[in-house]
Design a protein around this ligand. Structure first.
Ligand code: ADP
Length: 378
């Protein structure tokens, strides 16, 4: 059990390029499940490897239980890593794989047997203990790899994309198992993934990285509802927020569309934080369809979009639409794509159709047009 602290910690592989991990400051509580998430190359693995002692810390420090471990060797940090490529010994059974590190540490045989049995019970590995990795499924091998870490009773678990080799269904069930197991063990855990759904469903808190820079650390719900900037807004959520650039602010109101415009409900306490324009973020579920066809519905300000793809997932359906540019409009849809969650009964929506859509009242987030920071945080 341990607390972890990154203090302005950086890793610079190549001095001619930006730091792979750039002055990260982050405190992780004892027993917490923290997920590092971000696109490929954002520095997640490097940040985790700095904690495990597999990468040097070029600037700043990493502390475990308040003690600076920046110069401590990996094996003396008491951090257990589980990698994506299970790295099991192929010629050993599950039991031997799990016992290996304990035997090296010359623990008594009875203690080893008890620890392996306890981990096997937790992971429901009993029937597999005498099998070799080649006779196991991917998910089973992953559980043995977990077991091998658990038996060591480490202070900290580090899991680097442990589920990426599993098929979609197994990923969902293993994700739930790992989260439940972590809660049962109460070991402080850092988990790396590029998959925001995994991050949101597993983490007590989620830390979002981009280009080596920590963007925001928060609970999944708070990240979703109050993204700190446009990057987090677009990255978190599946599909992410649609961003509208260049929305006019007049007399404290954010207005979209022609004539009087559609009032997007910029809260009064935020209006003073911007000048004449704002970036507006709209979640897929916040769009309302108010009409179909080229014509704006009478008495309604709306945005025209053309349906490019309809994704029906059973319980949910999304329409991915292309923004239809309106002559004279200063508003730009970032990426040109609008993702809309379809209400039940929207079965008639089809590709090629033009829809008139508008954000529901109170459904928007507002970002500073220069810094792209959510106005709530300014
Ligand atoms: P992520 O885990 O988010 O995909 P990484 O931490 O692997 O990101 O990589 C962050 C950045 O550091 C990337 O630009 C990557 O190319 C670079 N990088 C990672 N490992 C090395 C290395 N051993 N040598 C040089 N550059 C590296």
């Amino acid at each position: 059990m341990a607390t972890i602290e990154y203090r302005q910690a950086s890793r610079v592989y190549d001095p001619t390029r930006p730091a792979a991990v750039n002055r990260i400051s982050l405190s992780i509580e004892d027993g917490e499940f923290l997920v590092l998430v971000g696109p490929s190359g954002s520095g997640k693995s490097t940040a985790m490897r700095m904690l495990a002692g597999l990468e040097p810390i070029d600037e700043g420090a990493v502390l475990i239980d308040g003690k600076d471990v920046s110069q401590t060797r990996a094996r003396d940090r008491d951090v257990a890593m589980v990698f994506q490529s299970y790295a099991l010994y192929p010629n050993m059974t599950a039991r031997q794989n799990m016992a290996f590190a304990l035997e090296n540490a010359r623990l008594p045989k009875a203690v080893i047997a008890a620890k392996v049995q306890r981990a096997a019970d937790m992971l429901e590995l009993g029937p597999l203990l005498d099998k070799k990795p080649s006779a196991m499924s991917g998910g089973q091998r992953q559980r043995v790899a977990m077991g091998r870490s658990i038996v060591r009773d480490p202070k900290v678990f580090c899991l680097d994309e442990p589920l990426s080799n599993l098929d979609a269904k197994l990923r969902v069930s293993t994700r739930a198992q790992i989260a439940a197991l972590q809660r049962e063990l109460g070991v402080t855990t850092v988990y790396v993934t590029h998959d925001q759904t995994e991050a949101m469903t597993m983490g007590d808190r989620v830390a979002v990285l981009q280009d080596g820079v920590l963007q925001q650390v928060d609970t999944p719900t708070h990240l979703y509802e109050h993204p700190g900037n446009t990057f987090v807004a677009g990255f978190i959520g599946s599909p992410g927020m649609t961003l509208l650039d260049g929305v006019t602010v007049r007399a404290g109101r954010a207005l979209l569309g022609r004539d009087h415009g559609l009032d997007l409900g910029l809260p009064r306490e935020l209006a003073g934080k911007v000048a004449d324009a704002v970036i507006v973020g709209v979640r897929p579920e916040a769009w309302q369809i108010v009409g179909a066809g080229e014509e704006e519905p009478p008495g309604e300000a709306a945005v025209p979009v053309r349906v490019a793809l309809v994704e029906r997932l059973g319980a949910e359906a999304f329409a991915y639409c292309d923004a239809v540019t309106t002559p004279g409009s200063a508003v730009g849809v970032r990426g040109g794509r609008v993702a809309i969650r379809l209400e039940k009964g929207a079965a008639q929506i089809h590709v090629g159709q033009i829809l008139q859509v508008r954000p529901a009242p109170g459904g928007c987030s507002f970002f500073d047009p220069v810094t792209e920071i959510n106005l709530e945080y300014l």
